[in-house]
Design a protein around this ligand. Sequence first.
Ligand code: ADP
Length: 542
Amino acid sequence: MKGLIMDYPLTTNTILEYGNSVYHHKKIITHLPDGTRHEYSFGDMYKRCKKLANALTQKLGIKNGDMVGTFAWNHGPHVELYYGISGIGAVCHTINIRLSSHQIEYIINNSEDKVIFVDATLVPLLEKIAPLLETVEHFVLINAAQDFTTTLPNTLHYEDLIADQSDHFEWPAINENDASGLCYTSGTTGLPKGVLYSHRSTFLHATTIMSPNAGNFSNRDTVLLIVPQFHVMAWGFPYLCLLSGSNMVLPSSNLQPEAIIKILIEEKVNKANGVPTIWLGVYHALKMNPPKEKLALEEYLVGGSALTKSLIQGFEKDFGIKGVQAWGMTETSPLGTVSRLQPLHDSLSEDEKITIRAKQGTAFPGVELRIVTDDGKVAPTDGKTMGELQIKGAWTISSYFKTNNHESFTEDGWFKTGDVSTIDQDGYMEIKDRTKDLIKSGGEWISSVALESALMAHPKIKEAAVIAIPDEKWVEKPLASIVLLNSDDTVSDEELIDFLSREFVKYQIPKDYVYINEVPKTSVGKFDKKEIRRLFAEGKLT
Ligand code: ADP
């Protein structure tokens, strides 16, 4: 029997209309690369989305289902593009500016973008590949001076494009299962693959992440969106801020630790998101230059790679700021789990509590997780049995865009994450490694993530990345690349072996160490193990 409830579409227009009707007074603040600050309200942004919708349909001829690319940092116009493009039934394709030229060319041609909106500061990256782009009819420049010169063909200025448009626009009826956004994986495992989000998945992800047991966002918050809008829709934050009525602070390219701290102070930001690399940088910058007053920042939500126990402890002890770990993938919209304590943990010691918070956490409502062992069996939830993490849910990918990649999905409808994890009796998932990064030494698995977390708790170490290298006797063995906090410091291999022996058994402890200036990072700031392996293979890791 069908329920007798309205068939009300969960679309990005529903989010925008809600944000405008209830929170039109809330603010969107952008710190631009030249140091200027721009502030306007959700209500102002709403009107500009409608102007944009008129321009897209009437001036640029964009139709339902067309792809429109963005190549931009986090700022007000980029938020307008999120809503304006999907609002007319087109698809907002956010292009990762940090990919290689070859990958960028590939994804623009693969997605068949008709128009690309590009930041003036990023134009040189597209100029190089423009002649190779097969489908792009117009480039629209954002934040470009009137006398800006470029070799890009068919350019328009964003402000000119929307200036004379009406701010009245009737949104078309959109099926909530239609595509709203497209984001490619960062290609750490081959060519980037497209993940096509739907209006419904975007809506459900945002409403869930906002709830207290999840991201905990409300109309009392001012949120800094550090995660780039070109990476998994900034974790859905431009949507959840409109639903929760949180002020949105956008840093554009101001992502150096000092610049982030300045914005945190100036805007009295109390919540933020970001990958661990960013927060590690902010932590060390705060240690070097402690702020005169306590920051308003209460919580930072971290994902993308592991938030270590030592960073959680450091931030909390030194600055009273709480790190909250979340896990996700481009394929899971991205957020799938978050690690928060519950009343059942009240009686635990502080150390035990931090150990739980350093896990990747419990699934969000609407998401299911399971661990499948090498022999194809579903593992018990004992916190010990390792296997591949599989996921299904209301915002999990069902297949890749234009690719028949069956090996990523199981026959019974789960997505295979490629992460090796455990799940404990209370449902807390812990990532041990990615399948391809696990080290198998003498037939025993060694978790590179666990070694890295332990090494990064050493007072002299800033970053540590562990990879497997060939070994005659053990087949593989771990090699640790170490970045010291202070380049004048020294630390011996023996000291590190001794330090690790408190937590690890002998065979797990790396005997090989290299001391480097910086760990190579991927386009989204993760340790680039593929690159570290390449440097090692070419004898350049010294
Ligand atoms: P890519 O797959 O190209 O690296 P994603 O951003 O989609 O790009 O990365 C998803 C992967 O990042 C996950 O499969 C997992 O390995 C890792 N990851 C994400 N969040 C965490 C976390 N909190 N702790 C450890 N690893 C994480």
